[in-house]
Design a protein around this ligand. Structure first.
Ligand SMILES: COc1ccc(C(=O)Nc2ccccc2)cc1NC(=O)CCSCc1cnc2[nH]ccc2c1
Length: 272
């Protein structure tokens, strides 16, 4: 299923399997490309809904962004096609499923598992930033697990090229950094903040600024009200790394390449 093939895909090229999930704009199915027997995820989007939500341009831009991204920790978009009523995205299938389900099952991850995931996400984000793409939506719901247990950033519903930064609010508040919650200009350092929130949630099972009311979460984010509970026991290296990422002044946040040299990552992440 090489994306370079400029062939016109049609539905007849695929055997459709079980539903994998339901997104806002449509359903996702397991599918097998008939000639290669390659297993993929086929996302079906209804043109009517895309038009209603005026996201066709965003989808086009996203397909454009995705077609240039090739990284082991970024879910591939192999290609797309459409018919009268629907647009079909041919996506990589992540055999071990959704990360947030795994996190719910384990409550929280070991330091080795958390560090391995954080390191692979850091490498994927360094790669994206190198291509002037900031992701801005790094949260458990947007992460999948590949057949070898590797993490895949899977949803580019909100990725933008840095030159046209948008300020629309996306997803839950929990993962947004102060500059987005206060909707001021932002840059690639938003991904470092979100990675810090994710690292905290991997280790404690809950995001750091969680609160009952949106207004309380908002206040805890802008005040960077960061607290480390006594349980589960987490190493001081891990807390030090999180404290260097969840910094209000985006210019003072730990740089992603520095993260890969942090003692907690060096001592705990599996070699890639
Ligand atoms: C690169 O990825 C994507 C690229 C684009 C879009 C998208 O919909 N863009 C959009 C739509 C409308 C308007 C504007 C933009 C979505 C994804 N990614 C997913 O949807 C992830 C889960 S579907 C795949 C998949 C794989 N492997 C699995 N294993 C278990 C479940 C599962 C599920």
């Amino acid at each position: 299923v090489s994306a370079t093939e400029t062939r016109r895909w049609t539905l007849n090229d695929f055997d459709i399997g079980k539903p994998l999930g339901r997104g806002k704009f449509g359903h996702v199915y397991l599918a097998r490309e008939k000639r290669s027997n390659h297993i993929v995820a086929l996302k079906v989007l209804f043109k009517s809904q895309l038009q209603q939500s005026q996201v066709e341009h965003q989808l086009r831009r996203e397909v454009e962004i995705q077609s240039h991204l090739r990284h082991p920790n970024i879910l591939r978009l192999y290609g797309y096609f459409y018919d009268q009523k629907r647009v079909y995205l041919i996506l990589e299938y992540a055999a071990k499923g959704e990360l947030y389900k795994e996190l719910q099952k384990c409550k929280y991850f070991s330091e080795r598992r958390a560090a391995t995931y954080v390191a692979s996400l850091a490498r994927a984000l360094i790669y994206c930033h190198g291509k002037h793409v900031i992701h801005r939506d790094i949260k458990p719901e947007n992460l999948l697990i590949g057949a070898q247990g590797e993490l895949k950033i899977a949803d580019f519903g909100w990725s933008v090229h840095t030159f046209n930064r948008r300020r629309t609010m996306c997803g839950t508040l929990d993962y947004l950094p102060p500059e987005m919650v206060e909707s001021v200009e932002h840059d690639a350092s938003v991904d470092i903040w979100s990675l810090g929130v994710l690292c905290y949630e991997f280790l404690y099972g809950v995001p750091p600024f969680e609160a009952k009311e949106h207004s309380d979460t908002y206040r805890r984010i802008v005040q960077v009200d960061l607290k480390f509970p006594p349980k589960p026991i987490v190493s001081s290296h891990a807390k030090d790394l999180i404290s260097q990422m969840l910094v209000k002044d985006s210019s003072q946040r730990l740089q992603l390449h520095k993260l890969l040299e942090h003692p907690w990552i060096v001592q705990n992440a599996e070699p890639s």
